[in-house]
Design a protein around this ligand. Structure first.
Ligand SMILES: [Zn+2]
Length: 500
């Protein structure tokens, strides 16, 4: 055979489109060309493939070799095509025989020795390969990640020769098993709510936020436990469903952050306020997922919110609504999922002590208003719950016996799960996403409650958007209580969750 075709997968966001690697060997002056929008990395792969073949004891044909990666308009980066190019070359030159090559897909970078090196995005490739009914041959170092795709057959190998041994039928590769993953129990690694003493109002707000997936803004002087509260949110959320966990793992698979959260554990990301826009929302010439995508199905914590670059904050508004982010580049447009729950913290003023009983605020009224103006109205509207976290009246001293042991995370989590299942049964998503008609339908108020809300709107000068926020929160409070109707006390409590 002078012509061989092998299947592989490119990486495009968390998609893995099929790539066909065609190799033709013809007579003529010795040459080795790779065509099909091959970028620098693919051109470099020429040299790696040549060395790997020679070092693995094969012959490199001294003839005219043309490799075509199709479709041509698909951006292809990285060394992931080394392995399929090498195999197609061996097939085309008759050094390897495999009649069933069409049932395989291959990805992997080659070291000069012929050893296989891991590639980014092995999981999306494994998922797509399984859907196409083929088996995936890939580097052993990608095995754990790819094996999460339970419906796919993943064949891990260490060396080019192992792959050849499998394809020729001499020594089959043992498929990676995925049993360990599906049966793996999730143990919560998050800090427990039991350690949060006092702060009853903040604890309650956190529970409501968890139950309705609402975004939460905490405002208070430094050292009142805002970070402590936020980091405990994932621990009171329900575990991820398998399909959600698969999405999360796929995002980490294509990112440069190799440590994905434990299987079915919700991610918790806390980027620093100096983070750039690409780091936060995603970017680069081959756009990588940013913090908001790494927090998909989990929690994004932004401490000292007004300190972030204002442009960065404005970019956030769209993904908060849509649950995804689209990054446009000259040649491609990539969409990453970004359905995260946002918890933000801020000081009441630049020095942090406005309204504090223990210390005096040093800021001028002008400084305070400039500080608050950094957060635009539309952004603030994305926080259904906004609360002050004041310094506790008296801190418990070592040796003091607390009146009552605070509830632990698991107890709260059970209530959250019950409240969430009510929402999913009613509208198929969390209350945070209630908008327009659905909001009207599911947050119906009777006359006395409607009057109460109207009065509050007049008295406090609330906008229509603010009014919707209050309705969504009241809906969640009623769900936590297990009632279908929003009652007066639910509405009254919801009205209290706004900054003064
Ligand atoms: Zn101040």
């Amino acid at each position: 055979m002078m012509l061989a075709t092998v299947f592989s997968r490119a990486q495009c966001g968390i998609e893995a489109p099929l790539v066909t690697v065609e190799t033709h060997i013809s007579n003529g002056l010795p040459a080795f060309n790779i065509v099909g929008l091959a970028e620098t990395a693919v051109r470099e792969s020429r040299d790696r493939v040549r060395s790997a073949l020679l070092n693995a004891g094969f012959e490199f044909p001294a003839r005219r070799i043309t490799v075509n990666l199709a479709p041509a308009d698909l951006p292809k980066e990285g060394g992931r095509f080394d392995l399929p190019i090498a195999i197609s070359l061996l097939l085309a030159s008759g050094q390897l025989e495999c009649s069933g090559i069409a049932q395989y897909e291959l990805i992997g970078e080659l070291a000069l020795t012929g050893m296989l090196r891991s590639v980014r995005g092995a999981l999306p490739a494994a998922i797509c390969c399984g859907k196409a009914g083929r088996q995936l041959l890939l580097p052993k170092t990608n095995q754990a990640e790819a094996a999460v795709a339970e419906q796919s057959t993943v064949l891990p190998a260490e060396h080019l020769l192992n792959i050849c041994g499998h394809l020729s039928g001499e020594k089959p590769v043992i498929p990676a098993s995925s049993d360990s993953i599906s049966s793996r129990q999730t143990s919560s690694c998050f800090a427990d709510m039991m350690d949060v003493h006092g702060q009853q109002r903040a604890r309650r707000a956190l529970e409501i936020a968890a139950a309705g997936s609402h975004n939460l803004l905490l405002s208070g002087p430094p050292g009142t436990g805002k970070t402590m509260l936020a980091s405990r949110l994932p621990g009171i959320l329900p575990a991820l469903e398998s399909n959600e966990a698969l999405e999360v793992t796929a995002i980490y698979s294509v990112s440069t952050h190799n440590a994905a959260p434990e299987w079915k554990q919700r991610p918790f990301r806390a980027p620093h306020h100096t983070a750039s826009a690409p780091a936060l929302v995603g970017g680069g010439s081959h756009p990588l997922p940013g913090e908001i995508s790494l927090a998909h199905h989990g929690v994004l914590f932004m401490d000292e919110l007004p300190e972030y670059d204002r442009k960065v904050l404005e970019v956030l508004r769209e993904p908060i609504e849509s649950g995804r982010i689209t990054i446009s580049r000259a040649r491609q447009q990539i969409t990453y999922p970004a359905r995260f729950q946002l918890i933000a913290a801020m000081n009441p003023c630049p020095c942090g002590y406005a309204g504090d009983k223990q210390r005096t605020c040093q800021c001028s009224p002008d400084q305070v208003s400039r500080y608050k103006r950094k957060l635009s109205g539309p952004l603030l509207d994305r926080f259904d719950l906004q609360i002050d976290v004041p310094r506790p009246e008296s801190l418990p001293l070592p040796g003091d016996i607390p009146d009552k042991q605070p509830e632990n995370s698991e107890t709260i989590r059970q209530r959250v799960i019950t409240a969430r299942s009510r929402q999913l049964k009613r509208q198929n998503y969390c209350n945070q996403q209630l908008r327009g008609k659905m909001l009207e339908q599911h947050c119906l108020l009777e006359k006395p409650e409607r009057d109460l809300l109207n009065q509050a709107m007049d008295r406090l000068g609330l906008s229509a958007r603010a009014c919707h926020r209050i309705l969504r929160v009241a809906r969640t409070i009623a769900d936590l209580e297990g009632t279908d109707k929003i009652q007066r006390q639910h509405l009254a409590e919801a009205l209290g969750y706004r900054l003064t």
